[in-house]
Design a protein around this ligand. Structure first.
Ligand code: PLP
Length: 431
């Protein structure tokens, strides 16, 4: 099929036409660990990267490959890598560039699991994460030194839902030779971080891309737009001979294949050594979700705008957080990065405080009370006692979680049913 720039078409067609032997239109589930070599020369060429092809499902798999190609096309990148979870994707993004003694600079506005990974687990690996307030793009520059390997942020971080200034920060990073890695989980289709200057994008496909609450997964997309060789001293993992691959220098070894040094190294070194591949079945289920993503996103966004306006006018509600209701610089940033809507996430605080918040969640009848976002169904949670509970009180405050905050992930049900469920639960909570 001719390539398309349109997400509706990419989501259905990119990376796959039909199975050459059976004619199967749906992507087959290649539920196999290994792939038969044609002969010993073929096996040797595959292992030596002289030819790309399937060896073993820990490293690559044809079902997973279609998902990688489709998310890559959606993000406008050059190559992708699917992993067993969004957490694995974030971990690999950093470990692909960092060794013990190195550091990265990250926005404070992060998913709680990413915060823990950065503040504690990576620290125990000898990798320092320097957290900065994204309100000031210059803070990224100020925290950077010659051991800084990348900058990291989320496009639409909850709970604050303050859109990250991608273009401004990416441009500052490029001046210093530091790539910006964006977690675009909450804004697929709406935001194209690579076009705004980011070097790498990752998604937890568990959320909107899969969209049906059935599969954990992650995808990393290499933008192919960052010159790792021009800043060789900053990126030894990509520019120094790799003893675990006969001394390969990744920026040189893969040149004939395109600007894919970053993602190839992640596949052949990190995936080979640390594991964490996406299972073929999960790739299949995620592809089913992805096929309708652009349509679902439209409905998530339209419903969320209506819910935010309705909550803002409700007498029991103290404050509503959604980009559609923001003003000033926050709104400018949202409009600069997001096209076609403001996402399906929102937060609000009840006038009656934390206890009323608890009562509200327990009174919901249609909304699910779960630790997930981005499902086609509407979801609700109380972050302070769940997703962000492993953070200290100060860390919670820094990431925007107050005790009475309720998070909603607005689904694609009929708007009348969403509002009716919220209305009856608010009535119980206020009583
Ligand atoms: N990034 C964001 C923004 C998330 O919300 C999550 C999970 O909630 C993750 C990453 C981690 O993804 P996963 O749960 O697939 O490991």
């Amino acid at each position: 099929m001719a390539s398309s720039e349109n997400p509706e078409t990419i989501a259905l067609h990119a990376g796959w036409r039909a199975d050459p032997t059976t004619g199967s239109v749906a992507v087959p589930i290649h539920q196999t660990t290994s792939f038969q070599f044609q002969d010993t020369g073929h096996a040797q060429r595959l292992f030596g990267l002289a030819e790309m092809g399937n060896i073993y499902t820990r490293i690559m798999n044809p079902t997973v490959d279609v998902l990688e190609k489709r998310v890559t096309a959606l993000e406008g990148g050059v190559a992708g890598l699917a992993l067993g979870s969004g957490q694995a994707a974030t971990t690999f993004c950093v470990l692909n560039l960092c060794e013990a003694g190195d550091n990265i600079v990250s926005s404070t506005d992060l998913y709680g699991g990413t915060w823990n990974l950065f503040a504690n687990t990576l620290k125990s690996f000898g990798i320092e994460v320097r957290f900065v307030d994204p309100a000031d793009p210059q803070a990224f520059v100020n925290a950077t030194d010659d051991r800084t390997r990348c900058w990291y942020a989320e496009t639409l971080p909850n709970p604050k839902l303050q859109v990250f200034p991608i273009a401004e920060v990416a441009a500052l990073g490029r001046k210093l030779g530091v790539p910006l890695i964006m977690d675009n989980t909450a804004a697929p289709v709406l935001c194209k971080p690579l076009a705004l200057g980011a070097a790498v994008v990752m998604h937890s496909t568990t959320k909107w891309i899969g969209g049906h609450g059935n599969s954990i997964g992650g995808v990393v997309v290499d933008g192919g737009n960052f010159d790792w060789e021009a800043h060789a001293a900053r990126f030894p993992t990509l520019n120094k001979p790799d003893p675990s691959y006969h001394g390969a220098v990744w920026t040189q070894a893969v040149k004939p294949l395109g600007p894919i040094a970053y993602i190839i190294r992640m596949r052949v070194i990190l995936l080979r050594d640390l594991g964490a591949p996406m299972a073929p079945m999960n790739a299949f289920l995620t592809l089913q979700g992805l096929e309708t993503l652009p349509l679902r996103i439209e409905r998530h966004c339209a419903n969320a705008i209506k819910v935010a306006a309705w909550l803002a006018g409700h007498p029991a509600v103290e404050k509503v957080i959604h980009p559609s209701l923001m003003t000033g610089e926050s709104k400018r940033r949202a409009d600069a990065a997001l096209k076609g809507g403001y996402g399906g996430l929102m937060g609000f605080e009840l006038k009656a405080g934390a206890e009323a918040g608890r009562k509200f969640i327990e009174s919901l009848k249609m909304f699910y009370h779960v630790a997930n976002i981005g499902d086609a169904r509407s979801l609700a949670i109380h972050p302070a006692t769940t997703t962000h509970s492993q953070l200290s009180a100060e860390e919670q405050a820094a990431s925007g979680v107050s005790p009475g905050y309720v998070r909603l992930s607005i689904g694609i049900e009929h708007i009348d049913d969403i509002l009716a469920d919220l209305d009856q639960a608010l009535a119980v909570a206020a009583a």
